[in-house]
Design a protein around this ligand. Structure first.
Ligand SMILES: *[C@@H]1O[C@H](CO)[C@@H](O)[C@H](O)[C@H]1NC(C)=O
Length: 85
């Protein structure tokens, strides 16, 4: 089977560019999630748990096994209030 040599350079360029873009996207997303894959379909409950994790560990994706909350956990919550008028 004859190989179309003139098409190999564009084909290689496309392959390398898609691979580089995908790899950089993967690395970028994992860097934002402490090395874990990103979360999808996040609902209100997940948002609350991620907010709690942020208060406990300092990062929304952070987790800890220590059952005792740090001292700052008792005071670092954000109370969302309604505007009164
Ligand atoms: C992203 O990288 C991780 C390892 O760093 C790998 O396990 C995973 O398969 C990669 N995902 C894609 C879509 O390449």
């Amino acid at each position: 089977m004859p190989l179309p040599w003139e098409a190999t350079i564009p084909f290689a360029l496309l392959t390398v560019m898609f691979g580089a873009a995908g790899t950089l996207f993967n690395v970028s997303q994992r860097a934002q999630n402490l090395g874990k894959p990103p979360r999808y379909h996040i609902d209100d409950w997940d948002e609350m748990m991620m907010e709690r994790d942020k208060r406990l560990t300092g990062h929304r994706r952070g987790q800890r096994t220590d059952p005792v909350a740090p001292e700052r956990f008792s005071t670092n919550s954000v109370w969302y209030t309604d505007k009164t008028q």
